[in-house]
Design a protein around this ligand. Structure first.
Ligand code: SF4
Length: 476
């Protein structure tokens, strides 16, 4: 249930994270990682698969126009209707038009990041249409009135006790803090809703261009119920989700479930190629595919940034990220969090809107090590940091001019040995009057942003001298 943010303040949001969230997140992500490692260890071809996946995702992105046209023609030939949405507002309007045309009052939804991205639930609610999330995690966070805090496990930040309290309050039942019983309560609340719904809404993990097939991967049967019981099925999928053929799918499916939750294969993998072909067959009477751009084709123009679109939303980079594990998903301010959120959001919303996210990383590189499609996340983070400092064609410089000048001066000093030597000699001498017991209590602007909250160590050591003393034999 996330709306498109106009501004993300990662620092401020991180400070507001409830103290119980890091422990809940760390417990769940540790379990995912342990299972993933077991799956990786039993596959000697893991690294080859990662390389193949990376290559085929990049190849598809570089020929996206060809594959999208092929996909459109195959979906149309199978009786589906393809719509093109330039942005979130257009995508919502397309879904609303379809809903109005069919007098839809109630919709059931499969877990979908694309519909979170466009804020579809809010748009439907504003039009008087009830959209019910049917994935267990999404159902929980819809009751809680929040967005997802993890790509794969949206309610990962909640303990079973908190979920029990939520169910008791919102569903009017006595809910025990027992996962099995909580799941049964959710199923009971949802079962009738599938039968009452006028429309099923889904996203999609992949779109196979060769046959125009929508692929939905879930661990619960709700996906199949949403896409087959109502007479109308609308899928909202990013244009980056297209892949060439079934061979490509075979590679990606091997990586997705193992990277996400550490299982060999997800419980349900559904293949949808258009509406039902003949009366009496299962499936909806109408199938609509809304292909969402929302800044993706602009992102494609950036040779490094475009690698972001290789993402298959496995969530593994979140599980290994020391920053994510300490702040959880909400600090990232949008539907997508963790390392992939830190590179996706600034490129889609503009670096001015999400200027702190590229800095929400230690650059430890763990995300890149586990990413099944080998997205060079740390490199993209550095690339975005540069764009934040130097300005962005879509938003202008996002940091003050004085900081840019400071960074350039520092780069010049560190890159020019004689200037560095001179500075190292002058700084202790110049700052001596302000020194108090080895600390500087106040520095002039812009460095006073630091000393307003903490003292700065006095410029005491000469690095080269110190280095020589530490490694005498290594000096020429
Ligand atoms: S960036 Fe890589 S590891 Fe992270 S969610 Fe996407 S595919 Fe998974």
């Amino acid at each position: 249930m996330s709306e498109t943010p106009t501004h993300i303040e990662f620092g401020e949001y991180s400070r507001r994270v409830p103290p119980n969230i890091p422990a809940a997140v760390q417990q769940a992500t540790a379990r995912f990682l342990e299972h993933r490692q077991a799956r990786v260890d039993e596959m000697p071809q893991w690294e080859d698969l990662r390389q193949a996946a990376s290559d085929l995702r990049l190849h598809t992105l570089l020929h996206l126009d060809t594959y999208l046209e092929k996909l459109e023609s195959r979906v149309s030939a199978a009786g589906g209707v393809v719509h093109w949405a330039r942005d979130a507002a257009e995508a919502c309007e397309i879904v609303l038009e379809i809903a109005r045309a069919h007098k839809v009052r109630r919709a059931v939804k499969v877990k979908s990041m694309a519909t979170e991205e466009i804020g579809l639930n809010q748009a439907l609610a504003a039009a008087g249409i009830q959209a019910l999330e049917t994935d267990l995690g999404e159902f929980i966070i819809q009751l809680a009135g929040t967005g997802p805090s993890h790509i794969v496990a949206p309610a990962v930040h909640l303990t079973k006790e908190e979920i029990a309290a939520l169910f008791s309050e919102k569903l009017g039942v006595q809910a025990p803090a027992d996962p099995v019983q909580l799941t049964e309560i959710a199923h009971a609340a949802l079962r009738e809703k599938f039968l009452e719904a006028d429309m099923g809404i889904s996203g999609g993990n992949f779109l196979v261009a060769e046959t125009g097939t929508l692929v939905i991967v879930t661990n619960e049967g709700n996906g199949r119920m949403c896409t087959t019981l109502p007479d109308l099925h609308v899928a909202v999928v990013g244009i980056d989700k297209v892949i060439p053929d079934w061979e490509s799918l075979a590679v990606l499916l091997k990586l997705l479930a193992r990277s996400a939750t550490g299982v060999k294969i997800s419980t349900y993998t559904s293949f949808i190629s258009g509406p039902r072909a003949v009366e009496g067959e299962g499936g909806p009477r109408e199938f609509h595919l809304v292909l969402l751009d929302n800044g993706r084709s602009r992102l494609l123009q950036d040779p490094l940034g475009r690698e972001t679109l290789k993402c298959i939303r496995c969530g593994c980079c979140l599980n290994v990220c020391p920053v994510y594990k300490n702040v959880g998903g909400f600090a990232y301010g949008w539907f997508i969090s963790g390392p992939v959120g830190a590179i996706f959001s600034p490129q889609i919303l503009g670096v001015e809107a999400a200027r702190q996210l590229p800095f929400a990383s230690t650059l430890c590189g763990a995300c890149a090590d586990v990413c099944p499609v080998k997205i060079p996340i740390p490199e993209i983070l550095l690339h975005l940091r540069q764009r934040v400092v130097e300005g962005d064609e879509f938003g202008g410089p996002a940091v003050a001019r004085v900081v840019q000048v400071g960074a350039k001066t520092a780069a010049l000093a560190f890159g020019t040995p004689w200037l560095y030597r001179l500075g190292a000699r002058l700084l202790p001498w110049l700052s001596a009057p302000a020194q108090r017991q080895g600390w500087l209590a106040a520095l002039p602007p812009p460095a006073n942003r630091w000393t307003k909250v903490r003292p700065f160590p006095a410029f005491a050591a000469r690095f080269r001298q110190w280095w020589k003393g530490r490694h005498p034999r290594k000096q020429p």
